[in-house]
Design a protein around this ligand. Structure first.
Ligand SMILES: *Cc1c(COP(=O)(O)O)cnc(C)c1O
Length: 415
């Protein structure tokens, strides 16, 4: 028997260790389309309950927007369901080209290449573009998929302390002898919701002749005056050499990603990036629906403006209620508990109050920095936001964390 009892108990033991540390991820099921109000089966097997959803990346409320759904139906009828091919063999339709061109226009770049996901874009871009003579200098809190992509690339890898521009400068000085330098950062960091200081990064890039790769997955569609992303917010459109982003968050929420930027770099990805060469094409359904998403996003700022208003309302409300939150401007609002069990317990009680949120702990965030991450959406109405704040006030009261700062919470619950 290949999977012997001894082998099975080895893996069962690993799972038990995850359980014992309180880090086991429970299964959660949703029985409705994605939206502000969802139907949830939780715990597994329980009767369906309605809840307000505050943990989706559905920032613009487009995941189940009627016009997007209609465009998906029309795309299905016009171009079929699947491509059964990678892009370069027979997996590229005219609508893939059209979507790339629209993304180029939206992001203000020179060229764009679609990937099955942004994880795939990040997995492919570094190895396609850089070699052993080059250096990658990345923020220490970049997304896991960037770290994985960097691991696959022979370039030297160095890091700078999170958003620490003095440290980045030092590293750029240190690596002045390399053939090229590439600075890598997220635009909006997914766990803290903080914005990379892209204006300063661009200035350093110019000073030290370093390219910049920006992963704008948590920004594309809603950060910046017209929602183009972090580079718009910092008035740096046209100054970012590579942008990777996802269609799986604000921009419709299905799946798909891209590399967008300097024409030569994007062409190198088309020639060499392994997920482009060896993984299947984005489905025509998603491609057609994504074109509609870009139409909606580029024709009006109504949704990103509503998201901004909801974010402000929540941030003001939750702060006034006395919960411990990280300050910021993005729709990612971490309600800090520091202690992992407290995050899970409070999230469970929030669910009992009809608010669907999740506790995040190590390894998704650093140990001792557990939190409930709240995400606002343009799909929320002001009264949804108020109900979420009220539930936090009630649950926070139950656990005695109202008005406590970091030190106070840690004294009471430990890390
Ligand atoms: C979500 C996310 C990804 C992965 O995007 P997918 O398209 O779902 O693979 C990559 N980078 C960042 C920063 C993300 O937040």
């Amino acid at each position: 028997m290949a999977f012997s009892d001894a082998t099975r108990s080895l893996f069962a033991g690993t799972l038990q260790e995850i359980q014992d540390k309180g880090l086991f991820k429970e299964k959660r099921f949703i029985r409705s389309p994605q939206g502000a109000e969802i139907e949830v089966e939780y715990p597994e097997g329980a009767a369906t309950a309605r809840a307000l959803n505050f943990c989706a990346n559905n920032y613009l409320g487009l995941s189940n927007h009627p016009e997007v759904v209609a465009a998906a139906h029309a795309g299905l009828d016009a171009r079929g369901y699947g491509m059964s091919s990678v892009r370069f063999i027979c997996g590229t339709q005219d609508i893939h080209r059209e979507l790339q061109d629209r993304l180029t226009e939206f992001l203000g770049t020179e060229a764009t290449l679609l990937f099955p996901s942004c994880l795939d874009a990040n997995a492919g871009v570094f190895e396609a573009v850089l070699g052993a003579e080059d250096v990658i200098i990345a923020d220490r809190l970049i997304h896991a998929s960037l770290v994985d992509g960097i691991r696959l690339c022979p370039a030297q890898y160095d890091t700078f302390k999170h958003m620490d521009m003095k440290h980045l400068r030092k590293k750029l000085e240190l690596h002045a002898d390399k053939r090229t330098r590439m600075i890598v950062t997220d635009g909006v960091f997914s766990m803290d919701g903080d914005l990379a200081p892209l204006d300063e990064i661009v200035a350093l890039g110019e000073e030290f002749d370093a390219m910049i790769l920006l992963d704008d997955s948590h920004a594309s569609g809603f950060i910046g005056r017209t929602g183009r992303g972090t580079h718009e917010h910092f008035d740096a459109i046209g100054k970012i050499d590579l942008i990777t982003t996802t269609l799986g968050k604000a921009l419709g929420g299905a799946s798909g990603g891209c590399v967008s930027g300097r024409a030569e770099l994007v062409e190198l990805c088309r020639q060499k990036a392994r997920p482009y060469l060896f993984s299947n094409s984005l489905s025509p359904v998603i491609t057609a629906a994504s074109l509609k998403v870009l139409d909606l996003v580029m024709s009006t700022t109504e949704r990103r403006d509503k998201l901004e208003a909801n974010t402000l309302r929540f941030r003001q409300g939750i702060t006034a209620a006395g919960l411990n939150v990280r300050e910021g401007v993005t729709p990612i609002v971490p309600v800090m508990t520091y202690n992992a069990k407290l995050a899970n317990d409070m999230a469970r009680d929030m669910y009992a109050e009809g608010i669907y949120v999740i506790g995040f702990s190590f390894p998704v965030v650093p140990a001792g920095a557990a939190r409930i991450r709240v995400q606002l959406s343009a799909a929320h109405e002001p009264e949804h936001v108020d109900r979420c704040v009220a539930a936090f006030a009630k649950v926070g009261e139950k656990y005695g964390v109202i008005g406590l700062d970091k030190k106070g919470i840690i004294e009471k619950y430990g890390m």
